[in-house]
Design a binder for this molecule. Structure first.
Ligand code: SF4
Length: 351
């Protein structure tokens, strides 16, 4: 890397960094919570969640004591709920091992639930000013272009090498800003594929991809396996203001969360009628709802939905099926965003 690289990058960062709520103060708790929320989630989405989370659970002790239902409610819509559960687990571990403080040693951070190499690097550099690299997806892309890395970026050796080199480039006087500057460059300028904005980049002259006109072709990724698709039918079963939900199993996809009853396959209206009768409920009216889809990392759900009006919900016979008031109990049950296309019908006024 050419001399002055770090200064060029930091100078650009000082002038262009976004105002973000977790940058308001240098607090390891802020850094930790925001970094976990930002995994697989866009900055604009995270902002209101972060503010609400911090105001409800302002420190490690509040987080450790938070009941799971409330925690999942605070997380509702962010997806990847294991992140929320790991936050709480790690908070309890911090209470037990570190007197409710966030540790300042890499090895100790890595022993906590949900904290990997990247999050440890972000906490150490941003909150504690330690010269430790933090390589996320954005930084990996910037690194591959700067260095002209032509191998498959998805293989672990790419990350190991990126981490080593970023550790050599890091500014010893401003390590946290340096890491954030690389992330910010990836988020605002060194964008994926042909969205890349080299004309606005402060480190053009350091960049292999720019000098060799390879920016749109780097990084190299092996072709991903096609995502599996699965048809499902979602049933919004209503008796007045009450709507049927059930809890998912403790393991697997969306483990332990509440959901609207749903079954594999695309049901017809007649099949829906039979399904509801099998629950010992009498369908009064069945209305098809607009179809929807939800994409997980490895699977895509193609969702068909029905609003089913029933009477005498107390007769319902299915283990785990419970009727909740869609309006007054809305804040009690976290329904994952996979069902968001249908969740509105849980409380919509029906005639
Ligand atoms: Fe990325 Fe272009 Fe800057 Fe290189 S010059 S780091 S490819 S934006």
């Amino acid at each position: 890397m050419q001399e002055g690289f770090s200064d060029r990058l930091l100078d650009w960062y000082d002038k262009n960094k976004r105002t973000l709520p977790w940058r308001d103060r240098q607090d390891p708790y802020y850094t930790w919570i925001s970094e976990i929320m930002l995994q697989q989630t866009r900055v604009e989405t995270v902002k209101p969640y972060f503010l609400r989370f911090i105001s409800e659970l302002p420190d490690v002790d509040h987080l450790a004591a938070c009941p799971e239902e409330k925690l999942l409610k605070l997380w509702e819509g962010l997806g990847y709920y294991s992140r929320a559960r790991n936050l709480k687990k790690a908070a309890v571990q911090m209470q037990e091992r570190h007197a409710s403080a966030i540790p300042q040693e890499r090895e100790e951070l890595l022993k906590l639930s949900g904290i990997g190499e990247y999050t440890a690097g972000a906490i150490l550099s941003i909150a504690f000013q330690k010269p430790v690299p933090a390589v996320d997806g954005n930084v990996l892309r910037v690194w591959a272009r700067l260095t002209g890395y032509e191998d498959d970026i998805t293989l672990p050796q790419a990350k190991t090498l990126a981490q080593k080199m970023a550790g050599e480039w890091i500014s010893p006087s401003r390590p946290g800003d340096f890491n954030q500057a690389l992330m910010e460059l990836g988020a605002l300028v060194c964008l994926p594929k042909d969205q890349v904005r080299c004309a606005d980049c402060p480190v053009q002259k350091d960049c292999f991809a720019y000098l060799e006109n390879r920016a749109a072709f780097l990084p190299v990724r092996k072709t991903r396996k096609a995502r599996k698709t699965e048809n499902r039918t979602v049933f919004v079963i209503r008796d007045g203001d009450f709507c049927a939900i059930r809890k998912r199993p403790g393991r697997g996809l969306l483990a332990g969360l509440y959901e609207l009853p749903n079954e594999p396959g695309h049901y017809s209206q007649e099949e829906t009628q039979e399904y509801v009768r099998r629950l010992q409920l009498e369908p009064l009216r069945i209305t098809p709802l607009p179809e929807a889809r939800h994409i997980f990392t490895h699977i895509e759900w193609r969702l068909r939905g029905y609003l089913v009006r029933v009477a005498a919900r107390e007769n319902a016979k299915q283990e785990g099926l419970i009727f909740v008031n869609g309006v007054s109990e809305e804040d009690t049950f976290a329904i994952p965003s996979a069902f968001s296309a249908f969740a509105g019908y849980m409380k919509e006024e029906i005639r």
